[in-house]
Design a protein around this ligand. Structure first.
Ligand SMILES: O=P(O)(O)OC[C@H]1O[C@H](O)[C@H](O)[C@@H](O)[C@@H]1O
Length: 549
């Protein structure tokens, strides 16, 4: 079966890969300065626009030939078939034998997407309708707390995909949120997170949304139990729980065991990966904050990008281009990281969100056939919003010894019109991309008559690549499009690398070891420690110094 990738020619033996290696040797020293000087229209030609996103990839160290070879690579790895397999509900998450259908979460009602012969789109809309009805009740004040008070505080308890997505999107769409509602996110098993999130809140006015795909995640279950105790301490009646707790999960049995009425449970499916789930019921806290209509607008944005990805020719396909250009740096230039730099304060959690999306998906060292790969896979993703990052870490991007491809993301219009702020913000974004690409050579400084040309420290070599993505305004639709763009970029790269982008077995080992260590930290008797000497010592020290409740 083509989609398992087991029968695929090893990546490094593909014609296009070999050609790219040769092409890299020939072109690796080409300067962006030269590429722009040779082609006055480069800044127009090496751009594309789709679904309201303008993508300028001209400031990358690529020529038309590079792009053509990367396109050939996409063909040779069967990207088209792979896209069709995902959208067609095939079980492309092979290690877990699951379909990968986050795209179904935003499919319009009349679309048909089959999983094991069953159309899943009606179920998706059923849950959406249930979420919408519940959100409306909370927002209107019809859903009351146990003592009859209006709900004013929403606390999402979740971690990983059950936290980062809704939190990022809540921050991103804050402009559209109901300011009378306090929406907070508790994820860390560090009790401080819960304590600080609740210290100024009245339990009578607080609704907890326990979000966990599995409903077994230790952090989330611990925080949920603490939340229950906090609620009961004030309300002193078990029946109060039903008014103050709802659950989002795929695991009805565990939800029931925890004591949450499954009537107040919002479901989703095993074909939605945690890091791809915030547009499922995992987004309930977000929907309550921004309202069902805005949530659906966001889904429409996701869907527009899905359709673009599924149907647009690869040469004009945003996620394909973004993904392939990323491969060029990751696998040929040896770049280890990618900086995502949104020039938009509302996107302050975007890079944290993308870290999970990208690194949990493509941080794999075996291919789909279970063999060790002999090439680099997923990059390290990091970043901060501009302009803050400029005053912190950009120095290293400009003059350091590492190659760091950057994604700049900006909007033509600000949601908060306070002249001259937005002009200054965007001027900085454009200037950074320009400075990274073209720098300032000693010759240029000399030609300008600057005496600084003799000081090597003043020289910026340039030739630092970047993408720029421009959209009109940070609407719910725009957010959906940007997130779907990155989801599919991750998909494109995972396809090239022939890895399963949808499992996360590496996360498990730490969890298993933590379970073993917990009783060793807690037991009254001296435990028999059978770890390495460092681990034993750390456990002993903790036992000696911990505070006893
Ligand atoms: O939603 P949950 O089942 O609680 O899982 C929460 C998170 O924890 C796991 O460790 C995984 O690495 C993540 O992919 C997941 O999003």
């Amino acid at each position: 079966m083509a989609t398992t990738g087991t029968s695929r020619t090893p990546l490094t033996q593909l014609e296009s890969w070999k050609a790219l290696e040769e092409h890299y040797q020939k072109t690796k020293d080409i300067e962006l300065r030269t590429l722009f000087a040779e082609d006055a229209t480069r800044g127009e030609r090496f751009t594309t626009e789709a679904v309201g996103l303008y993508y300028d990839y001209s400031k990358n160290r690529v020529t038309s030939e590079t792009l053509a070879l990367l396109q050939k690579l996409a063909q040779e790895v069967g990207l088209r078939e792979r896209i069709d397999a995902m959208f067609g509900g095939e079980k492309i998450n092979i290690t877990e034998q699951r379909a990968v259908l986050h795209v179904a979460l935003r499919a319009p009602k009349d679309q048909t997407i089959l999983v094991d012969g069953q159309n899943v789109v009606p179920e998706v809309h059923e849950v959406l309708d249930k979420m919408s009805a519940f959100s409306d009740r909370v927002r209107s004040g019809e859903w009351k707390g146990y003592t009859g008070k209006r709900i004013r505080n929403i606390i999402n308890i979740g971690i990983g995909g059950s936290d980062l997505g809704p939190d990022m999107a809540y921050q991103a769409l804050r402009y559209y949120s109901d300011r009378d509602l306090n929406v907070r996110f508790v994820s860390n098993v560090d009790g401080t997170h819960f304590a600080e999130a609740t210290r100024d809140l009245n339990p009578e006015e607080t609704l907890f949304i326990v979000s966990s795909k599995t409903f077994t995640t230790i952090e989330t279950m611990t925080n949920a139990r603490t939340a229950r105790a906090w609620t009961l301490k004030a309300l002193k009646d078990e029946t109060a729980i039903a008014r103050h707790f709802v659950a989002v999960s795929t695991n009805a049995e565990e939800v029931q065991k925890f004591g949450i009425d499954t009537a107040n449970m919002f479901g989703f499916w095993d074909w939605v990966g945690g890091r791809y789930s915030y547009d499922s019921a995992i987004g309930l806290s977000l929907m309550i904050a921004i309202g069902p209509e805005n949530f659906r607008r966001m889904l429409a944005g996701f869907h527009e990008m899905d359709e673009h990805f599924r149907t647009a020719p690869f040469e004009r396909n945003l996620p394909v281009l973004l993904g392939l250009i990323g491969i060029w740096y990751n696998n040929f230039f040896g770049a280890q990281t990618v900086a995502v730099l949104p020039y938009e304060q509302y996107l302050k959690k975007l890079s944290a969100y993308l870290q999970q999306l990208d690194m949990e998906s493509n941080g794999k060292h075996v291919n789909e056939a279970g063999q060790d790969v002999n090439y680099q896979t997923g990059p390290i993703i990091w970043g901060q919003p501009g302009t803050n990052g400029q005053h912190a870490f950009y120095q290293l991007i400009h003059q350091g010894t590492k190659l760091i491809p950057c994604d700049f993301i900006g909007f033509y219009q600000s949601l908060n019109i306070l002249p001259p702020h937005h002009d200054l913000l965007i001027a900085n974004m454009i200037a950074q991309a320009e400075a990274l690409a073209f720098g300032k050579t000693a010759e240029e400084l000399k030609a300008e008559g600057s005496p600084e040309y003799q000081i090597p420290h003043r020289v910026c070599k340039g030739n630092r690549p970047s993408n720029t993505i421009f959209a009109e305004r940070l609407t719910p639709e725009a957010l959906g499009k940007i997130i779907a763009l990155y989801e599919h970029k991750v998909f494109v790269q995972g396809t090239v690398w022939n890895i399963d982008s949808f499992d996360q077995w590496g996360v498990e080992l730490g969890k298993v070891l933590a379970k073993r260590i917990i009783p060793e930290l807690q037991s009254e008797q001296e435990p028999e420690l059978k770890h390495d000497s460092s681990t034993n010592q750390l456990i002993q020290r903790y036992r000696q110094h911990k505070n006893h409740a």
